[in-house]
Design a protein around this ligand. Structure first.
Ligand SMILES: *[C@@H]1O[C@H](CO)[C@@H](O)[C@H](O)[C@H]1NC(C)=O
Ligand SMILES: *[C@@H]1O[C@H](CO)[C@@H](O)[C@H](O)[C@H]1NC(C)=O
Ligand SMILES: *[C@@H]1O[C@H](CO)[C@@H](O)[C@H](O)[C@H]1NC(C)=O
Ligand SMILES: *[C@@H]1O[C@H](CO)[C@@H](O)[C@H](O)[C@H]1NC(C)=O
Ligand SMILES: *[C@@H]1O[C@H](CO)[C@@H](O)[C@H](O)[C@H]1NC(C)=O
Length: 468
């Protein structure tokens, strides 16, 4: 019923019976225009963030949905912090640095490993991993270091790595690999997925390049091999699948292809390529993943979220933020694996042009939607979305156009200043802090993918029709 109404609205908009679309607001023709557009996009994204207001919690976007506090899970705040760390790096605009530093430090948790007790009920390895990758990015971008008496960016990334590499996160089901959730009581603990394992792969590769400690590189290799051998990457065409369950020894493959899985494997592979000074097998893997991404996630060169975008309202708030990571990660790939540059940059340009074209919504006439390929703004009332992810995507796409003028990710040998601690995170190896009492609502709220997706291990798309 509701979907019928949606399609009617779309049809009316297309037929010209609704008011004509507003004129395009954002211009990205010149570097100055790109910076000016990014500045406004960054300002508008901050309007979704309440974390620096009195009485609010720094670092998070309004949420979690399970407590009826907003649309966003904990991890997306960490992803947003990373987006602003790149925004500053690419544009030089320091306006949000204090807000970002405050949020990044508030969410570390008591052991400075991004396992804050408030979020145990939805603590996935991927959720922790996204915060860890934002800390790693802060070290690579030489984001201003925290005061000395506080946790440092590199040590925070190492803490996340150490907790995830520890034997207590690994078992013999499916021949190894990380589970999705950390606490055994969480819904989704029986799922071993690509994103959780890709986060550890990615952190290992980046820590290896940054510190040149081979332990990290060994872990990156181990993570790639596990993901590959369990069949989560289809070896001929590099389709990157979502995950499978331990009860089936990970043979009940959920073949949903989300863009961030492929992009994160590509980004990590580029760090390994650079760390090994351009060696195989990384070059072949990079090329395979790029071809796969072009085919599956860039329709006519425009970013497209394959599993859900074909139907308005089918992408969850999580999924509505993936395009931004794709743009940010692919742009960095061009810096550290320069042979990819001529193939990737024109695609990111075409995609960014489509992205800004549809930012014509709301009272300001510049609100962004999600459907870049459609070329028109789709109202959130039609689409069930609320906007931080959509805004973050376009900010990422536009600011990443400046990648050629930005420094490549630093290392200890090329000016990185962040202080590390190889043993960071070890105090929490006995497991996460005791959780607050878990309600049924909390359990249902586990992180990045919805339980609806998990529940349908066969016929992966039955969930799409739910809620219509
Ligand atoms: C929160 O941060 C934004 C962006 O820097 C700033 O404009 C705003 O004034 C801050 N609000 C408070 C209450 O500090
Ligand atoms: C945990 O929740 C409490 C109560 O809402 C809040 O004061 C605190 O800032 C939160 N801590 C984190 C790390 O989010
Ligand atoms: C589980 O799958 C792995 C391959 O991922 C295989 O090597 C192993 O033998 C399987 N174990 C069982 C019990 O079937
Ligand atoms: C590694 O990255 C640097 C940029 O930090 C780049 O100049 C260099 O060419 C890269 N190495 C290879 C083998 O591509
Ligand atoms: C390298 O990293 C491992 C894993 O964190 C750590 O145990 C070891 O002490 C590190 N080595 C050096 C020389 O820092």
């Amino acid at each position: 019923m509701r979907s019928g109404v949606k399609w009617l609205a779309v049809a009316l908009a297309g037929s010209g019976l609704l008011p004509a679309a507003q004129a395009q607001f954002y211009k990205i023709g010149t570097k100055e225009e790109i910076k000016e557009s990014a500045r406004t996009l960054a300002y508008d994204l901050m309007l979704f963030y309440k974390g620096n207001q009195t009485g609010e919690i720094p670092g998070i976007l309004p949420g979690p949905p399970t407590e009826h506090k907003g649309d966003y899970y904990w991890w997306e705040g960490g992803a947003m912090m990373g987006t602003y760390i790149d925004y500053w790096h690419l544009t030089g605009d320091t306006s949000y640095n204090e807000v970002v530093k405050q949020g990044m430090l508030h969410q570390t948790g008591p052991n400075h490993d991004y396992m804050p007790p408030n979020h145990t009920a939805s603590l996935g390895n991927d959720d922790q991993g996204f915060w860890g990758m934002s800390a790693m990015l802060a070290a690579e971008n030489k984001f201003p270091d925290p005061p000395e008496d506080q946790a440092q960016w590199l040590a925070l990334a190492q803490a996340v790595f150490n907790t995830q590499a520890h034997p207590d996160r690994h078992d013999n089901t499916c021949n190894g690999g990380l589970r999705w959730q950390v606490p055994p009581t969480n819904m989704g603990y029986n799922y071993k997925n690509t994103i959780a394992n890709a986060c550890l792969f990615n952190l290992g590769a980046r820590l290896a390049r940054y510190t040149r400690n081979t332990t990290y590189a060994d872990w990156a290799v181990k993570q790639w091999d596990w993901i590959w051998n369990v069949g989560y990457i289809e070896p001929e065409e590099y389709r990157v699948y979502d995950g499978a369950h331990v009860e089936a020894n990970c043979t009940d493959l959920n073949k949903a292809q989300f863009s961030y899985n492929a992009a994160l494997m590509l980004h990590g592979s580029a760090f390994m390529y650079n760390y090994t000074d351009g060696a195989e097998p990384w070059k072949t893997r990079i090329s395979g993943l790029i071809q796969g991404m072009k085919r599956d996630f860039f329709f006519d060169g425009i970013a497209y979220e394959l599993p859900c975008e074909g139907r308005h309202g089918a992408c969850t708030a999580d999924m509505l933020s993936f395009k931004g990571y794709v743009h940010r990660w692919l742009s960095v790939v061009t810096q550290i694996a320069p042979f990819t540059r001529d193939e990737i940059l024109p695609m990111l340009r075409t995609s960014a042009e489509a992205a800004v074209k549809q930012c014509t919504g709301g009272a300001t006439g510049r609100r962004c939607g999600f459907y870049w390929s459609e070329g028109v703004f789709v109202d959130p009332a039609v689409d069930k979305t609320s906007g931080a992810g959509e805004q973050m995507n376009v900010l990422a796409a536009v600011s990443s156009l400046l990648i050629d003028d930005a420094n490549p990710p630093a290392t200890e040998l090329t000016g990185g200043t962040s202080k590390g601690d190889p043993n960071a995170g070890s105090r929490s190896r006995d497991g996460p802090e005791p959780p607050p009492p878990i309600t049924t609502g909390d359990r249902a709220g586990a992180a990045i993918l919805t339980i609806l997706l998990l529940a349908s291990s066969v016929g992966a798309w039955s969930w799409m029709s739910l809620g219509d």
